[in-house]
Each structure stands twice: as structure tokens, then as C-alpha cells.
Ligand binder design. Sequence first.
Ligand code: COA
Length: 454
Amino acid sequence: MDRMEQLKSTDRLKQMCADFVQNSLIDSSLYNKFGVKRGLRNSDGSGVVAGITNVCCVHGYVLSEGDKQPIDGELIYRGYNVRDLVGGALGDDRYGYEEVAYLLLFGVLPNERELTSFSRLIAEYRELPRYFSEDVIMRNPSPNIMNKMQQAVLTLYSYDSDPEDKSVESEMMKAISVISKLPAIMVASYQTMRRFYYNDTMVMHQINKEESLAESILSTLRDDRAYTPEEAKLLDVCLMLHAEHGGGNNSTFTCRTVSSSGTDAYSAYSAAIGSLKGPRHGGANIKVMEMLEHVKAGVKDWDNDGEVREFLRKLLRREAGDKSGLIYGMGHAVYTLSDPRAVILKSNAMKLAEGTEFEAEFRLLDSIERLTPEVFAEERGDIKNICANVDMYSGLVYKMLKIPVEMYTALFACARMAGWCAHRMEEMINGKRIIRPAYKAINLNKEYIPLSDR
Ligand code: COA
């Protein structure tokens, strides 16, 4: 047994951890006393303004005489409402993610010629460097795709002939390259995981450069490469809706914070992936589907509001589900009455679910969305608006697209890479100052005791 194993098997570790907790716990009243904006939030829950951006606007309430007035949410990419961007692509019966990526990166909508050439560029860069899958992904597999993606993005540094070149031109090329490659990294990580952790067969298809990014994901993921245009267009809508969400969300702020130190692009993008992995952020789409399984098992009649309500109460009381006290897929830091992404996804999910085996699950999610606000108000005595967020229906859409649950957050990362890139470059040309907030220290001065006297 090595020393680490020995430590694990004794009470010494428990004692050391108890010491850590005792010496680290902070009395929550001190946050008020010192005026600390916990979680970088104001007392009304709104975010502390930490920067200015041209990239995106997330609008969830209006302030009237200092009061937060709830409104239906709006999501605006570079001045254009995401509803119009999705509607435009669907109306023309074409893929829209590449257009959104172009808009986020360059700040303008592309004309037809620009869009075609940009889409070709994205497809061209999709191929991973020679032996990258073998050396970086398969040689050292991970049971978590987000973890593998984070490692792989960081490793792209070694494959870049000038990784520290931070000119706008070089940063733009790195951005396009990472946006293009991340889906291939995701699928290779999943296929490797299938073989190493599930004793299943790993299928590594060649990349087809004629496909859109959404099509490419489905065709490399599925053993038979088959997909319908409806399936690929629905995935494309998901990617468009997840592409960007302002500067304050945890992963984008992470990306901007890391970038503000002047470090390289790969460090910033891999850190953002690490942040998105968390269950309070991108990881929530997996948690919604886990929660749905708990609700399905704990509620006999899924159409009975009373039964669903009681189960939601148990979730909030930490008596059911993962005992976190959270109802996943509900609540948002900015949106109050509605999350526009959830509204668009819900209507698409409904169309796909109608008349299929998934219709009952869709209705159950709809009941959770409808009943949570009143149960939340009863249980927490809090009348704040709590609406369904994007993750409430994205998991079900992915399930209907036969996408494995382990890939849900990874798909979010592929989509959001465009937003992270736009924010990193914006931070670099405007920030000019390292992001460095302060922490109030409360430890008292202690007299040093020589080792021999302890
Ligand atoms: N279930 C249970 N409690 C919730 C909740 C939910 N879905 N959403 C918010 N709350 C609680 C918060 O935990 C917080 O409680 P506290 O004061 O005891 O700490 C309180 O309501 C106020 O939260 P608020 O300020 O409105 O939200 P937030 O900005 O702190 O959190 C989320 C936003 C998204 C992290 C939160 O709503 C959440 O954890 N939702 C579930 C996870 C999820 O779906 N995430 C996906 C986000 S797109």
C-alpha cells in the first residue's frame, strides 16, 4: 500500500479534513457586514457589472425606480435577435450555425458569398492533425468527454507553429480552427470512451467536408452515418441557441478572466470548457435528464399534477433526486418570465415528440416547468420568478436525436466555442487590464510557534 492509500484507510484523513473545514468556514453574516458581492451579485440577484461588450445582450428584466420588473427574455447576438437568426435559417431551409459563428466572430451578418466561403473554411479545418486522435485522445482516454475535450484543446497548443502569437489575425485563425475541430474532438472522445469504458465498439468515421457542422456531428457519431435533414436542422438550431450568452456567464467570464492575464488562446478556451462542465452551468442538461428519471420512477401517474407537485416538493427538500435541493432546468441568473432559448427549443421538441414514445416525457417536463414556480414559492417563501431555462428541453431533444447523454454538455461546448472566441478577442483588444477582484481576509494574526514547540 502506498502512502496515499494508507492515509485513505485511516481516520487521520478525516481529522485533517475536519481541520480544513473548521479553518475555512466563513460565517455567512460576514458577507453582508463587509458588503461582499457574493457570486459577484447585487442584493437583488442581478450580476455586478464587470465589463462592456459588443458581442451579445441577455435581457431578462427592466429596472424601474430601482425595482426589478420581470419581462420575457430576449437574446441578442451582435444586435440581432436570436429568434430572427433561427427563423431566418429555418425559413430558408438552410443550416444556421456557421452564419451565427461568422456573426459572433466578425460582428456583421455575412452575405451569401462570405457565408459559403466561411462554411468551407470551417469544414476544411475540421480534420484533426495527423495522429492527434491516436496520441492525444485514444492513448489516454477519459471517462468524461468534457474532461477529454479540455485536455485536447490545451494540447492543440503543441500543434500550433506559433501558439503565443496574439495578433488579431493569428487569434482569428486559432478561433476558426478550434471552432472547426472541437466537434471532431468531441466525437473521437466519445468513441474512445465507448471502447474503453463501455466495452463497446469504437467507430471512427472519416470527416466529410461537404457537411455542415451539425450534419458532421450526426454523421461521425452514428455507426451507419445516416441522419435525416430534419434531425440535422434541429441539432443546428440547438447549436445556434447555445452559441453565445453574454460576458457574465461562468464559462465566458472564465475565458475573459484567463485571457486578461495575457496568456494564450488554448489556455483560455480549455479553462472555459472546464467551467461549462459544472452542473450549475452546462452540466445541467445531463442533470435534467437524470432528474426526469427520478420523477418518472417516483410519480405513478405522470399526468397527475398533485403527484408531480409532491415530488417537486421532495426535490426542493433534498428528499429525492440527487438531494441537491435543485430542480434542474429551472431558474436563471438573468431571465425572469422566460428564457427565449427554452421557448424555441420547447416548440421544436414538441413537434418532434408528438405522436412518438417521447410525448409522455415531453408532457412531464412541461408539468415540471408549469408547477415548479408555485412549489418553489410555497417551499422557499420566495416569490421570485423562476422560469424554465434552455436545459429543460435540450436534453429531451438530444435524446430524440439518439445522442448519448454523455455528449449533452459537450455539444453545448462545441456551440459555445464561437462565443468564447468572440469574447476572448474582445477582451484582448479592449480589456487592457488584468481582471483582479479582491478578497477580504478575516484570519487573525497569529504568533508563529517554532516546530519543536508544537
Ligand atoms: N431549484 C432550486 N432552487 C433554486 C433553483 C432551482 N432550479 N433556482 C434557483 N434556486 C434558488 C437558488 O439556489 C438560490 O437559493 P439560495 O438563496 O438559498 O442560495 C435562490 O433560489 C435564488 O437564486 P437566483 O439568484 O435566482 O439564481 P442563481 O442565479 O443563484 O442561480 C441557477 C441560477 C441557474 C444556477 C439556478 O437557478 C439553478 O441552480 N438552477 C438549476 C440548475 C440549472 O438548471 N442550470 C442551468 C442554467 S442555464
